[in-house]
Design a binder for this molecule. Sequence first.
Ligand code: NAI
Length: 292
Amino acid sequence: MAETKVIGVIGSGQMGSGIAQLAAVRGIDVWLHDSDPVALSRATKTITASIQRLVSKGHLSREVGNDALRRLRYASNLEEFHSADVIIEAIVESEDIKKKLFSDLDKIAKVSAVLASNTSSISITRLASVTNRPNQVIGMHFMNPPPIMKLVEIVRGADTSDETFVTIKSLAERLGKTVICSQDYPGFIVNRILMPMINEAFFALYTGVATKEDIDTGMKLGTNHPMGPLELADFIGLDVCLSILKVLHAGLGDTKYIPCPLLVQYVDAGRLGKKRGIGVYNYQKVAEAVKP
Ligand code: NAI
């Protein structure tokens, strides 16, 4: 198995920019692309500022920081991705859009390249089915934020080869992560268990059981979670949570996965969580809660 020297990351939102930063800091050359030039330019600034902050706080040496900044390259098209050994897709959680990208990547990527998806819930087997290399397609599910969270959930599609698994496991370990392995069923391990809890928290808020603050405090102090479920949903992105619940419901058929109407309404209203400044809570005015 050849060592991964160059990775491509597609989607420069919360997850893609974090994965790109982490890989560059760990000495891997990175191409980062987003179809939205504004998102790509925002990511350039965020990643640069984040690395500079880590250096100024003494968490990274100046040499490592400068080296990471040199290793990061931003691409406005996908052609540059031909040099990548591993391409990690971190675009919007939509099966149709991801399939179109995987089909394009299959034509652009070098023959030996592994195509990985950071999807939270979408079938790796179905993404692989639109390529001519299903044995080299795999799920590499980072947690948010990727530079900090210790876990990577690796998801094996029906045809994922052992060699592909070993390549991605060793890449994840080089990035300092602990790996768990899931079979390719909706929501995999983490979101299959987490999303019903978040949905139930929305139902508790929707039916007036308690305030959002009490629901979150109850779960933080009552079950020793670092964040309450509503706060966590805002952090993940309410659009991402809604997409995952829809995948769980469609794939497993159980009515317990039907998304709470309040979650649907927030997404319809553009209240997508922290990334938009407003979700269950309002982040534009510090500490001021928004009425449900
Ligand atoms: P985000 O909304 O912050 O970023 C998505 C980015 O993808 C946007 O910048 C958008 O312009 C770009 N994009 C959309 N379509 C594209 C295309 N066809 N080609 C190139 N770029 C495209 O989303 P986020 O939160 O970073 O999520 C990305 C993926 O990671 C999703 O699959 C999500 O389920 C998964 N994920 C999200 C986590 C979270 O906590 N937000 C945690 C783990 C996985």
